[in-house]
Design a protein around this ligand. Structure first.
Ligand SMILES: [Zn+2]
Length: 411
């Protein structure tokens, strides 16, 4: 499993920040530099068909070594972009060898310190090698850890043809961080029965549940007129919308008051005018049916608010964002079962917790490719405090190799 740390340190030095304002795919040309190099690296390892398509997606096949004919193809996926919210150029990775619980002070901004007391996950890392950035940028372990693990597993399998496995497909998409990592993902061309994103946290984790997500826009209509002569005619949509926001539950059903399996309503954008004011809300729940209940609550409260402003009215538009991948994964229980077995064979205890967000896997699962998320050893995403663990990355490589073996044994 050697090489994963070296690859990781190399990849994080590529600036691959995505940009939601850009209409192109990939959203930034800088992502293409890493994508092109990854395709070349895979080919040099003997993964001969590795190629980048017109949208920047790199796909490749580790050919089957098994003599069995019916072994289904599995897929491995990791995104190359990093969060647009944080500087991602000029990353200077630092390896803190044999972590012993000490404060890790990042030299380019000594105010940025990783403290065991503040980061509980560090307690599992005593004796491990921790990688951080230098204090002024993110690290990019999200998701270059996953990329390094997949390339290292490919190198290991290419060097060990005696390990029996079916065909394994690899995909490195751009633009996951801006929600567009599956926009041009050709599931049919990928041709796998199931896939695994390597884009998670601590060793042993497998994620099979994500939010189901909608966005709802409540548009309040009023009537505008010259404010000096408005008596009896003006209807102010801003006031109706404000009354609605005030009626939303504050102590519950909010991002700032929920965790675990609880969903929420989250007003996050208001466009205001007297004639017309729209409020956009995120609706989140693990049960898709409960999204409908939350949307019904939004409608009820908005109508209640509007009733206080004679002449005002409100209309609603609901857009589906993504769905809980569990609904799809439950139809293919072997996909997560194999991952848990692969984790156990790497000497780890599989652990599951719900993702309070969506992943590329949430969308891919509904595009016909059941795709849970596996640990990659990434922590403190999208932050200057981002860190990774070299030993967890090595374990992730082991898990990938085990997945190939387990799929083969079962057929
Ligand atoms: Zn990620």
């Amino acid at each position: 499993m050697t090489g994963v740390l070296d690859r990781f340190l190399r990849y994080v030095q590529y600036d691959t920040k995505s940009d939601e304002r850009s209409p192109s795919c990939p959203s930034t040309a800088s992502q293409l530099v890493l994508l092109r190099d990854l395709a070349a690296e895979l080919r040099a390892l003997g993964v001969e068909d590795a190629a980048m398509d017109e949208y920047g997606y790199v796909m490749a096949t580790i050919p089957a070594t098994t003599v069995k004919r019916a072994v289904p193809t599995i897929g491995l996926i990791a995104h190359v972009d990093t969060s647009p919210e944080m500087p991602g150029a000029g990353v200077k990775p630092i390896v803190h060898r044999a972590y012993d619980g000490r404060d890790l002070v990042l030299p380019d901004d000594p105010a940025v310190v990783l403290r065991l007391a503040e980061i509980p996950a560090l307690a599992d890392q005593i004796g491990h090698d921790i990688i951080t950035a230098s204090g002024t940028t993110l690290l990019g372990a999200d998701d270059k850890a996953g990329v390094a693990e997949i390339v290292t597993a490919a190198a290991h399998l290419a060097a060990h043809p005696e390990i029996p496995h079916g065909a394994i497909r690899i995909a490195f998409p751009p633009d996951e961080e801006i929600g567009r990592g599956t926009e041009h993902f050709d599931v049919e061309r990928f041709g796998a029965r199931c896939a695994y994103t390597l884009d998670g946290g601590s060793r042993g984790e497998i994620e099979t549940e994500s939010f189901s997500a909608d966005a709802i826009t409540a548009t309040f209509h009023g009537f505008n007129t010259h404010p000096g002569y408005a008596k009896g005619t003006m209807v102010n949509a801003i006031k109706a919308a404000a009354a609605f926001v005030t009626l939303l539950p504050a102590d519950s059903l909010s991002p700032e008051t929920t965790d675990g399996h609880d969903g929420f309503l989250h007003p996050y954008v208001v466009q205001a005018g007297v004639e017309r004011t729209s409020v956009r809300l995120l609706v989140r729940d693990f049960a898709t049916a409960r999204l409908r209940e939350k949307e019904a609550l939004v409608e009820r409260l908005a109508r209640e608010a509007v009733a206080r402003f004679p002449g005002a009215r409100v209309e609603f538009a609901v857009e589906e964002s993504y769905r809980n991948m569990k609904e799809m994964l439950d139809r293919h229980p072997e996909v997560a079962d194999h991952a848990r077995e692969a984790i156990r064979r790497a000497g780890l205890e599989p652990r599951t917790h719900p993702i309070r967000g969506g992943t590329d896997g949430s969308r891919l699962s509904f595009m016909g490719l059941p795709t849970p998320n596996l640990f990659a050893g990434e922590h403190n995403f999208h932050s200057r405090l981002e860190w990774g663990s070299a030993q967890d990355m090595e374990k992730a490589v082991e898990v990938i190799v085990n997945l190939g073996k387990i799929r083969e044994e079962g057929n």
